[in-house]
Ligand binder design. Structure first.
Ligand code: GBH
Length: 489
């Protein structure tokens, strides 16, 4: 792999790059302008659900500071910004017969206009985990396929109608694996349901995640169908889903660990519980063998809508796992993950998040794997690193986030190698995240920002990683010319 870049390896002029965030992680102002509660509002307030006991009421105060955020994006010179819309700002009670909140529409509308005025392309996620609480209370939210699919499609429709004249890039769902497995299997994310009664009074980890997964795929697929049938011909946008997935390598060469790594890809990392139905039209065999009739069946009619329901492969990826057969975690397909190699060395530098180490070659491998398997252009919609103990570091030292710079030096170089040496068609890259923000069950302790947020003052300070990404990786060049020269030399 090329360690350094040459001019010919800079990104094509239509390559989309920018930074990403999500509504509940940054907006705060949970109680203003008619917003209804989301399932994270109360969940994050239950003692023990977030590491620091903090909630999303203020977050990075971006509902108030949106102009400042756009200024920052413009200063960074990004081409695009990936953000999400809070369903419960648009329809406070969530449902198809519930009132629409004009103030919510106005907020995102002026936000989109302001981005466009700065030449920044809005890249919009419709659902980044903040289900309206009212739908959860009314009929069980994602557990009720008949209702939720219709309500989600109605919400999507309002968004296409309100913003689709200006938004040309839609993501229906962020990381449905997390929605189903973390929300209804492990019970660590809202609504926090699972079989462990110490954690949750209700829930069934052996069935609910798959019911939820099924609803989420169908809601996505019918929202895409609606867009394609009724909006695309006038609005000319593209739409797809974004899935989480980390690269899996066998712990050693033993046949069972080689098989385990493939099973991890099939099963646990989130690609195939969604990707195979969406892109190939069926669940992977290894999942069917383990889960049997727990996997809900698509009717032939549903399958027609699900198959081919994404214009591109939306990919969020952070790390690589070494895989060993065994363990009791069905959500990982009975595969144990480790970062420690057989010789005792670590795969890479450890992040603050226990599940994350810096291992750039895995990023290149994953891009190749997904491109070969699904044969669609890839949009990398998240990729990032939490520096260990960053919350404890003093200013201005904290701004010199060398480990994050190292991470992005690696991933951007892997990205180039995948594109220019391996021929993978990657069309977009969004590092996570524009800002330090509400890191779900971690509260504010774990920081993924390229911009440091001082939560006492809400002031934003660019970290070295932001400078690295804007100045080094994407340096636009007279590409065509450089390429021609390189070819003729
Ligand atoms: C992204 O998910 C989210 O989209 C984003 O909102 C978040 O801020 C960002 O990651 C950083 O965390 O140890 O069993 O709890 C990344 C995918 C999948 C990574 C679940 C963490 C934890 C598994 N995530 N995984 S577990």
């Amino acid at each position: 792999m090329a360690a350094n870049t040459t001019p010919a390896q800079t990104f094509p002029h239509d390559f989309i790059w920018g930074f990403a965030t999500a509504s509940f992680q940054i907006e705060g102002s949970t109680n203003v302008d008619g917003r209804g509660k989301s399932i994270w509002d109360d969940f994050s307030k239950i003692p023990g659900k977030t590491q620091d006991g903090k909630d999303g009421d203020v977050a990075t105060d971006s509902y108030n500071r949106w102009k400042e955020d756009i200024e920052l994006l413009a200063e960074y010179g990004v081409k695009s910004y990936r953000f999400s819309i809070a369903w419960s700002r648009i329809i406070p009670l969530g449902g198809r017969n519930d009132p629409v909140n004009q103030k919510g529409i106005e907020f995102y509308s002026k936000f989109i206009d302001a981005l466009l005025a700065k030449g920044i392309i809005p890249f919009v996620t419709l659902y980044h985990w903040d289900l309206p609480q009212a739908l959860h209370d009314r009929y069980g939210g994602w557990l009720n396929k008949e209702e939720i699919v219709k309500d989600y499609v109605n919400y999507a429709k309002i968004c296409y109608e309100s913003f689709g004249d200006r938004v040309k890039h839609w993501l229906t769902m962020n990381e449905p694996w997390c929605v189903s497995i973390l929300g209804y299997g492990r019970g660590v994310f809202a609504p926090g349901r699972c079989s462990d009664r110490a954690r949750s009074p209700e829930g069934d980890s052996s069935t609910e995640p798959y019911i939820v997964a099924h609803s989420v795929i169908l809601a996505h697929a019918y929202a895409v169908k609606l867009y394609r049938d009724q909006f695309k011909s006038q609005q000319h946008g593209e739409i797809g889903i974004t899935l989480n997935g980390d690269w899996a390598m066998p712990y050693d060469n033993s046949p069972e660990n080689v098989a385990a790594a493939q099973r991890a890809l099939d099963f646990a990392i989130g690609e195939c519980i969604y990707a195979d139905p969406v892109y190939l039209g069926h669940y992977p065999e290894s999942m069917r063998m383990i889960l049997g009739d727990r996997l809900p069946v698509f009717t032939p009619e549903e399958l027609v809508v699900v198959k081919g329901s994404s214009d591109f492969y939306g990919m969020n990826t952070y790390t690589t796992n070494l895989c060993k057969a065994g363990g009791d975690d069905i959500f990982q397909g009975y595969v144990d993950y480790t970062f420690t190699r057989p010789d005792g060395t670590q795969l890479g530098n450890q992040a603050h998040s226990g599940w994350l180490q810096d291992y750039a070659p895995g990023f290149r491998s994953l891009l190749n794997y997904l491109y070969k398997r699904y044969k669609l252009p890839i949009y990398v919609t998240e990729n990032g690193f939490s520096v260990k103990d960053e919350s404890m570091k003093p200013m201005p030292h904290v701004l010199h986030d060398e480990e994050r710079v190292h991470y992005f030096r690696g991933t951007t170089s892997s990205l180039r190698a995948a594109m220019f040496e391996d021929g993978v068609d990657v069309k977009a890259y969004f590092p996570w995240s524009l800002l330090d923000n509400f890191e779900w069950a971690d509260g504010y302790i774990t920081r993924f920002g390229l911009t440091y947020v001082d939560y006492d003052t809400q002031k934003r300070y660019p970290k070295d990683s932001a400078k690295f990404l804007t100045q080094v990786s994407y340096r636009s060049c007279p590409c065509r010319l450089a390429l021609l020269i390189a070819v003729f030399l």
